[in-house]
Design a protein around this ligand. Structure first.
Ligand code: AMP
Ligand code: MG
Length: 489
């Protein structure tokens, strides 16, 4: 295989989504990004996908991933979906700036490859079809950070940039992020066909998702679409347990930003919590706080309700959908306890552990303790026996001592060293704090991409110590609170 042909392999491209039919999208070529250059590459992911470092360094790779050349065998397509935005039916949306190149046969299994920011599509509405450098870097870094933390997510292969101007609040420049996932189908795809009473298409879409991603639902007793709703509810519950445990605030949990596979998708105004403030709102455009951190689990349930509503035409009675949704209410708390128990180093969780977790979260909120630093210090404390650095994080040290006593009692039956070691592999040292992303973005805007590369490396190994990078694991600087992240991207 020569360098120029790694993605030009018609036999490795598949277009399963496109086989759904014309109602599902519009075939269309990407709009070329003028004079592109590399901003960042995720070579470990490229290797996992079967792409060599040499090919990733080629002009061909840059041309393809900046939308300047369509690889042989790929049939790019923008898909149509609808959705509820901020709790209100928003009507037709769709891939307004994302293009599906197709599905690529990889050692990880079939993966869809999408270019985000590849120009106007029939679904661009008032937008320009572009993504700016700032938000492309954020998506690139955060999807890999999440993956390394074990959180289900779409992946990001690379970012290419251009000096082409793009107007947002100020003039910025364009970029394209290449993202990869088994499927980019959203709740909103189902809502679209249901809303328009296109029941044949709705059924085709549901059958497609069941066949390729939830084959067990075809065999389930009762209605297969209710089984699908239940399976999606459970995966979404697992996803939300990860978000809440790691302190991730998505920022725009509209139903068009909810993956049918339970993946984190569409990184916009997201934020990892600095201080543990349950009511934290990371999206500057979300004045009512609909998507505040602590509301995310309920919002996910609300979104699943919309999915259930959309699937109703495929069910015999409403009760089937209601029963399927019930599973969220048991799986989410169970999974959250599993995640928090793991963060506490518990080999297995017991009845009383829920209260232990709740008491701790109350203390963290009361003193607005830094979330990531708390868990990391607790891990070191359990591993080494010195709890002073943990106490130093609290104003109310007596209250913390009141919690530490039963906690230490609880883990005393376990060997301290393996417990601490396990905790250090569960509680990251590095997360993508807003200010870290901001520093890498500012440098990249002056064509220094080294910050993007080094941050990608840290975030891809978030449990390692990385000597020399203490500043990236430290408390946020004062100016971090002034960073305003909105839907504008
Ligand atoms: P988001 O809030 O980023 O999930 O986007 C909501 C909808 O707006 C989706 O249908 C996007 O494709 C579309 N959209 C967002 N930004 C743009 C843009 N710059 N150009 C075209 N469409 C966009
Ligand atoms: Mg979106």
């Amino acid at each position: 295989m020569t360098l120029a042909t790694e993605l030009d392999a018609p036999t490795r491209w598949n277009a399963r989504f496109a086989t759904l039919g014309e109602a599902f999208g519009t075939p269309l070529a990407p709009q070329a990004l003028p004079a592109p250059y590399w901003v960042g590459q995720n070579l470990p992911l490229a290797r996992q996908l079967g792409l060599s470092d040499a090919w990733m360094a080629s002009d061909e790779a840059l041309a393809i991933f900046s939308g300047n050349r369509v690889p042989d065998g790929s049939a790019p397509l923008a898909s149509v979906y609808s959705g509820h935005q901020f709790g209100v039916w928003a009507g037709q949306l769709g891939d307004g700036r994302a293009l599906l190149l197709g599905e690529w046969a990889t050692p990880l299994g079939p993966q869809e490859v999408q270019l985000k920011g590849a120009g106007l599509t029939p679904y661009s509405r008032m937008g320009d079809g572009r993504a700016v450098l700032r938000s492309s870097i954020r998506e690139f870094l955060c999807s890999e950070a999440m993956h390394a933390l074990g959180v289900p997510t779409t992946r990001a292969l690379c970012v290419s940039g251009s000096d082409a101007p793009v107007r947002r609040e100020t003039m910025e420049t364009a970029a394209v992020v290449t993202r990869v996932a088994p499927s980019f189908i959203r709740f909103g795809h189902f809502e679209h066909f249901s809303h328009h009473d296109q029941h044949a298409e709705l059924r085709r879409l549901a059958d497609f998702v069941i066949e390729h991603f939830y084959p067990e639902c075809a065999q389930a007793p009762g209605n297969p679409y209710a089984a699908l709703l239940q399976a999606v509810s459970e995966r979404t519950a697992v996803l939300l347990s990860h978000w809440q445990a790691v302190g991730f605030c998505h920022g725009v949990m509209n139903t068009d930003n909810m993956s049918i596979l339970g993946l984190t998708i569409d990184y916009g105004p997201f934020q990892f919590l600095d201080a543990y403030v349950p009511g934290h709102i990371c999206n500057h455009s979300d004045s009512a706080g609909r998507y505040a951190f602590s509301r995310q689990p309920n919002i996910a349930y609300w979104n699943l309700f919309c999915l259930g509503q959309a699937l109703l035409p495929l069910m015999d009675e409403q009760q089937q959908a209601l029963d399927a949704l019930e599973s969220y209410k048991t799986v989410y708390p169970e999974q959250l306890l599993v995640r928090l128990g793991a963060k506490l180093g518990l080999a297995r969780t017991e009845d009383g552990d829920r209260a232990l977790c709740e008491d701790l979260l109350r203390l963290l909120a009361q003193d607005k303790v830094d979330h990531t630093i708390f868990w990391r210090r607790l891990s070191h404390a359990v591993a080494g026996g010195d709890f002073e650095p943990v106490r130093d994080l609290f104003l109310d040290r007596a209250a913390l001592n009141g919690w530490l006593a039963p906690y230490r009692d609880r883990i005393s039956g376990q060997a301290a060293e393996p417990t601490g070691a396990r905790m250090l592999q569960t509680n990251p040292k590095f997360v993508l704090r807003n200010h870290l992303g901001e520093l890498a973005i500012r440098a990249a805007q002056s064509k220094d991409f080294s910050g993007v590369t080094s941050l990608l490396h840290l975030l891809s190994h978030p449990f390692d110590e990385h000597p020399g990078f203490e500043a990236q694991a430290d408390f946020p600087p004062d100016w971090a609170t002034q960073i305003e992240i909105s839907c504008s991207s």
